[in-house]
Design a protein around this ligand. Structure first.
Ligand code: GDP
Length: 534
């Protein structure tokens, strides 16, 4: 049954997306400008801990501050035109890439942010691949046009070749670096000329522009060399490209590209206007039994894609972030839980606006709500008002660093095991069990060094456990499967076999060389770098 027309209307105006980029490409700056345009903040410098805001509430968040990185990701909500936009923040640091991958499971589109001087960087490429797996439509925003960089044609060519994806320039920069004077919007056939280069000043003129007829306008605003170049580039792209096809964007074949400078607030509004016109609303989600859940369905459903512990250290609380997939959420509603088969009341729920947490009474498909959790939730858990719904699993990715913990006080062994289970439910680490040793002494897998650091700090602060990390020489984890997806529990060639917490066999080896050896010894086995959470 479909939701009421009023609920449908709310669902249809949701747009939920994330920005993916390499650190330093300008994600924080762009986020700030988007929130500024969305009327959430009135001056920049309010987002995240970078300027010492209220968001910094616990010790391990202090670590984030010390290191100048963003470990946790939150959700920022703003209204623009008639839309409700949810921007999911993603940690920039590579050691927390798993967290980012999970965030990408909760969005309906993504904006790939590229530094015009640096082009496609390593992290961008990885995150792009994750979006591609899920066929998430991707906008591209080329940033820092106020600085010298690659010329736009070269950059687009690089994006297309590196990512094997077609680009569709929606806007085109008028000049670059010192000579950057504005943007031409190819779809609306307007030139946005910026008169002032000051942050937050929306001081631009919009001039209708038809190439061939109004070329003189370019010469009025740009030096001759830049104007010549822009006309030449426009000739080239216009003769080479078919008109914009929104379906190709929605199915992930092409990425519409806009240019700008987040810092100077050039082109951010052009991007937002394009985004509001074309970004997809909440998409249908696939369940494990191959059904599609329509977001407009009356039955409330959602899944947990992130758990954040210790927002408030005194209360040892956890917040489970739920992406609502269909229907309407109401505070206090009773829902069923996919894993425990029990009923829960979602009594405390919050949404996040920039660094501030606000209580929400209702929310709709597409929205993210944070619900208070006393240990019921793990990443990938589903909630629903009626029936039984289990969405497709959220994948885990192979860690590259491994260690075992020893606890100073032997009596606290059990407590450590509990703590590790909590932390793995949150997705902070992965655990691997040696069948000969059992679950009391698991191997811990991390994607990056910083994840280990956070682990040790949290065990100490939150669980009062003094532990020592003993590093293991493994560097590669793979889930061996047959061609038709069945788990392989035994391998030839002397492999070290372990189990993950869902009892899937995992092989750990020291380096790629060893893995290649195993591949040769076991030619019919596939070695997967990711696996779904059961
Ligand atoms: P993040 O690591 O991706 O969040 O990047 P930040 O937003 O923190 O930006 C990294 C640096 O690039 C900061 O010094 C910003 O001021 C600068 N930056 C961001 N956007 C622009 C831009 O459009 N032009 C210029 N010149 N600098 C920018």
């Amino acid at each position: 049954m479909l939701s009421t027309p009023q609920v449908q209307k709310e669902i249809q105006r949701r747009r939920t997306f994330a920005i993916i980029s390499h650190p330093d490409a300008g994600k924080t700056t762009l986020t700030e400008k988007l929130l500024y345009h969305g009327g959430v903040i009135h001056e920049t410098g309010e987002v995240k801990g970078k300027s010492g805001t209220k968001a910094v509430t616990s010790d391990w968040m202090a670590m984030e501050r010390e290191k100048g990185i963003s470990i946790t990701s939150s959700v920022m909500t703003f209204d623009y035109d008639s839309l409700r936009v949810n921007l999911l923040d993603t940690p920039g640091h590579k050691d927390f890439s798993e967290d980012t991958y999970r965030v990408l499971m909760a969005v309906d589109s993504a904006c790939m942010l590229i530094d015009v001087a640096k082009g496609v960087e390593e992290r961008t490429k990885k995150l792009y691949e994750v979006c591609r797996l899920r066929k998430v439509p991707i906008f591209t925003f080329v940033n820092k046009l106020d600085r010298e960089g690659k010329d736009p044609l070269t950059l687009i060519d690089e994006v297309e070749k590196t990512l094997n994806m077609q680009c569709y320039p929606v806007t085109w920069p008028l000049g670059i670096g010192q000579r950057f004077r504005g943007i031409y919007n190819r779809l609306t056939k307007e030139i946005w000329v910026y008169d002032q280069r000051r942050e937050e000043v929306e001081d631009y003129k919009i001039i209708p522009f038809e190439k061939g007829k109004d070329d003189q306008i370019l010469y009025d605003y740009l030096d001759k060399e830049s104007a010549d170049q822009v006309l030449e580039e426009l000739d080239l792209i216009e003769s080479a490209l078919p008109p914009f096809d929104v379906n190709e964007f929605l199915n992930g074949t092409i990425s519409p590209v806009t240019f700008g400078s987040a810092k100077q607030n050039f082109g951010v509004d052009t991007f937002l206007k394009f985004f509001t016109q074309y970004a997809p609303g909440p998409q249908a989600r696939q369940t494990k039994d191959d059904k599609q859940i329509d977001p407009l369905d009356n039955n409330f459903t959602g899944f947990v894609f992130k758990i954040q512990a210790n927002m408030d250290k005194r209360h040892r609380d956890r917040i489970a972030f739920i992406r609502i997939c269909s229907g309407k959420f109401e505070r206090g509603m009773k829902v069923k839980h996919s894993r425990h088969d029990k009923e829960l009341r979602l009594s405390y729920a919050s949404q996040f606006v920039a660094a501030d947490k606000e209580t929400v009474d209702d929310a709709y498909a597409g929205d993210i709500v944070g619900v208070g959790d006393t240990g019921n939730f793990a990443i990938g858990d589903c909630v629903f008002a009626s029936g039984k719904v289990h969405f497709e699993d959220i994948p885990k990715f192979a860690p590259e660093l491994f260690g075992r913990l020893s606890v100073r006080d032997a009596l606290k062994r059990q407590k450590m095991q509990e703590a590790l289970n909590h932390l793995s439910e949150e997705g902070a680490i992965q655990l691997f069990i040696d069948p000969l040793v059992g679950p009391q002494d698991p191997i811990i897998g991390a994607v990056g060094e910083l994840q280990f650091e956070v682990l040790l700090r949290r065990l100490q602060d939150e669980y009062n456990l003094e532990v020592k990390l003993n590093r293991l020489p493994y560097g590669v984890a793979r889930w061996p499967r047959t061609e038709d997806g069945k788990a392989v529990a035994e391998l030839k060639g002397g492999a070290n076999m372990f189990r993950d917490l869902q009892d899937n066999p995992v092989v750990l080896v020291n380096q790629e060389w060893d893995l290649n050896w195993l591949k040769r010894e076991n030619p019919s086995v596939e070695f997967h770098t990711s696996i779904s959470r059961a």
